[in-house]
Every structure is written in structure tokens, then in C-alpha cells.
Design a protein around this ligand. Structure first.
Ligand SMILES: [Zn+2]
Length: 279
């Protein structure tokens, strides 16, 4: 099926009691691995890239690759801009027909975050899902670290969501980007944020969190969990192991297919951990 709006992924997950994985792609192997796993489990999913991917290719390449591979699948998948740090990034992804957008002005003062996120809402219109961030998630996001990290203030949640009109809210509740050995969700804080939020929540930094925390997220209003580092590592590991095993290895097709399988395995395992009810 064609790409669906992020709004459809949110509503289908909410009504069926699912947490959607949001998996960062970079290239054809990662895309094929993600979609192979999504077909096996049948859970609506986000595929995403951050603006940093422009250094390698661009939004149009990603759109073409993802939508072409999805044409012969029947699971709802949205194409999402991860960490749009500027209005230019939002405009670029929308021009390439992305169906879901994150505006991340979370490092700016509150009023500036509201104003920038409102601008993104206007650009997206009513048919594209918008994710905004309140509180700043720490750790390294695509080689870029925020200058400071701060947890989400529950008292700001309802006014922020009402002012912006976002469809989902990324929160900073102990989650950290990348592989952070001590990252833990503070469920007491997450519960206070959930109680205050009119929209479902998003957890970034899924690769660094202990697996036993994921199965509880649906009960805390979470609709989307981002996974990037795990997939990149699966790809790099596959090629690294092939080279270590044979420095004359030249079957790029075989090693690439191994990488697709390794990525699919990680994605399927994550979707099942997020959704213990999936058979
Ligand atoms: Zn993130």
C-alpha cells in the first residue's frame, strides 16, 4: 500500500493497543530489513530519517526507496522526519512527501519552542502528523549532542500541546539518545506527564534502554519508540565480521543480504518487545 499519514499509524496503534516502533533508515539494506520485519509482525510502523541524512543522500531518495518497497506490502507505514531542528528541514521533508514530521526546538526557551512548533504545525496542515518535543533529551543524536538536557516539566505539558496542536509529544523522562549504559525511564515522571498530556507520547533513545522497560510503555500513553543505533550497529557489525573473517571477501551482494537479515532480526525483536500481545 502507499505510505500512510502518521495520523493513521497513531490512530491504528491507539485503537489496537500497540506501540509503534520508529526505525531510522539510511540506505536500501536498512529499509529492506525494517520492512521485512514489519511484514512479519503486522504492526503499524514509522520509518524515519533525521536531517543529518542529507549529508549522504536526501529526503527524495529516502521517499523513493521506502515508498517503492512498501508498494507490495499491506501494513500501515508512515515516513517520518526525525529531529527536524529547523523550519527548512520541515519544508524539505514535506516537499519530498513525508507523511509525518518532528519539529525539535526543545533546546530553545519555552516560548521560542512553542512559536517554532506552531510554525511547523501551519506548514504540515491537518493531514500530516506532527511530533514536538518538550524537555531536551540528552546523548548523541546522529553525531550531534544537545548543549544541555532537561527532563519534561509535567506542568508545561498541557499548555504546550494546546498551544502547538501537535499530534504526539516527545518527552525526556530518563531516556537518552544512543547507547547510554545508565539510561532508565523514570516511570513516576512518565506517569505524571501522561496524566497531563492530551496526546500520545514518544520515547526517543530506545536503543539504550533495558528491554524490560519496553513492555510497560503502552500503559503509560506511549505510542512511538525510536530505535536508530541498534540498526546502524547491526549493519556495521555484519560488514565488519565479514571482513575480519576474510579480508578478500568481495561478495557485496551476499554480505548486504546478511545485513538485511541482521537488521530485520533486530527490528522484529524490538516490535515484539514493545508489544508483548503480538503473536
Ligand atoms: Zn531522538
Amino acid at each position: 500500500m502507499p505510505l500512510v499519514s502518521g495520523l493513521d499509524v497513531i490512530s491504528e496503534c491507539t485503537s489496537r493497543g500497540f506501540v509503534a516502533g520508529a526505525f531510522n533508515t539510511t540506505n536500501i539494506e536498512t529499509t529492506m530489513g525494517i520492512i521485512a520485519a514489519v511484514e512479519r509482525v503486522g504492526v503499524p510502523t514509522f520509518i524515519q530519517v533525521a536531517p543529518t541524512n542529507v549529508a549522504l543522500s536526501g529526503y527524495e531518495y529516502i521517499y523513493d526507496m521506502v515508498s517503492r518497497r512498501l508498494a507490495d506490502t499491506d501494513v500501515a507505514v508512515a515516513l517520518h522526519l526525525d529531529h527536524g531542528k529547523s523550519i527548512e528541514a520541515v519544508e524539505g521533508a514535506l516537499a519530498a512527501r513525508f507523511t509525518s514530521i518532528m519539529i525539535d526546538a526543545s533546546e530553545a526557551p519555552y516560548d521560542e519552542n512553542v512559536a517554532t512548533s506552531q510554525h511547523a504545525r501551519e506548514l504540515c496542515g491537518a493531514g500530516i502528523a506532527l511530533e514536538a518535543e518538550l524537555g531536551s533529551i540528552g546523548g548523541k543524536e546522529d553525531d550531534v549532542s544537545p548543549e544541555f538536557a532537561s527532563t519534561t516539566d509535567p506542568t508545561q505539558v498541557a499548555p504546550f500541546v494546546d498551544a502547538v496542536g501537535c499530534d504526539m509529544l516527545a518527552v525526556s523522562v530518563g531516556n537518552v539518545h544512543g547507547y547510554a549504559p545508565n539510561a532508565r525511564i523514570d516511570f513516576e515522571l512518565l506517569d505524571r506527564v501522561r496524566a497531563a498530556s492530551p496526546v500520545p507520547l514518544v520515547i526517543h533513545g530506545g536503543s539504550g534502554l533495558p528491554a524490560e522497560q519496553f513492555g510497560r510503555l503502552h500503559a503509560f500513553g506511549v505510542v512511538k519508540v525510536n530505535i536508530a543505533s541498534d540498526l546502524r550497529n547491526a549493519m556495521i557489525r555484519t560488514f565488519g565480521e565479514a571482513y575480519v573473517a576474510n579480508q578478500n571477501e568481495d561478495s557485496l551482494i551476499r554480505v548486504s543480504k546478511d545485513a538485511v537479515a541482521a537488521i530485520a532480526e533486530v527490528v522484529e525483536e524490538r516490535i515484539r518487545v514493545f508489544n508483548p500481545s503480538v503473536a
